[in-house]
Design a protein around this ligand. Structure first.
Ligand SMILES: CC(C)(COP(=O)(O)OP(=O)(O)OC[C@H]1O[C@@H](n2cnc3c(N)ncnc32)[C@H](O)[C@@H]1OP(=O)(O)O)[C@@H](O)C(=O)NCCC(=O)NCCS
Length: 144
């Protein structure tokens, strides 16, 4: 089992620069999403997490709280570290953390082609496929 550690930070932390680098590499360079779409006003409201393997940064994700529900967004594992369980371990830890502080559900809008990953983390699909930034997405939920 790979070691997976999460470091929680906010938009004003100097380490937020790592989140910028990861989003640019994964969402802009790889997926071709425009740079203007990579950041928005919610970044100032969200909890951000850097994902580590014990030493190196392997990815990042942000969580937007809405009453008893928290929305997982901008999940990204750097290419060299994929399919090694960092993504799943991260989601398991987020589930434990948000459950302990009183949340009962994680929702997310999955890129449609990635939905099997979230299913393997326990999420179920909800509703219809929709487009965002020119890419098919679907709402998924995990209730605990
Ligand atoms: C999607 C992503 C976060 C998955 O992270 P990861 O660390 O590679 O995933 P894991 O290694 O924890 O995979 C857990 C399981 O999901 C599967 N899986 C991972 N990515 C998958 C994908 N894109 N499609 C289908 N299954 C996938 C793995 O094979 C593994 O299955 P197993 O239990 O049968 O072994 C990562 O591939 C990524 O950052 N992709 C680019 C950005 C992106 O699409 N983000 C999601 C935005 S909604």
């Amino acid at each position: 089992m790979v070691e997976t550690n999460l470091l929680k930070l906010n938009f004003n932390d100097k380490d937020f620069s790592h989140v910028r680098d990861i989003r640019e590499s994964v969402f802009h360079d790889e997926l071709g999403i425009s740079k203007q779409e990579l950041f928005d006003k919610n970044d100032e409201l969200c909890d951000h997490f850097l994902i580590f393997d014990g030493q190196k940064i392997v990815g990042s994700v942000r969580m937007l709280s809405m009453e008893k529900i928290v929305k997982l967004e901008r999940m990204a594992i750097l290419k060299d570290f994929r399919t090694k369980n960092y993504g799943r371990n991260c989601i398991l830890q987020l589930k434990e953390y948000y459950s302990k502080i009183g949340f009962s559900q994680i929702i997310l809008d999955s890129i449609y082609s990635v939905r099997e990953f979230y299913k393997k983390c326990g999420f179920i699909e909800e509703g219809n496929v929709f487009q965002r930034v020119g890419i098919d997405h679907i709402r998924m939920t995990l209730t605990f």
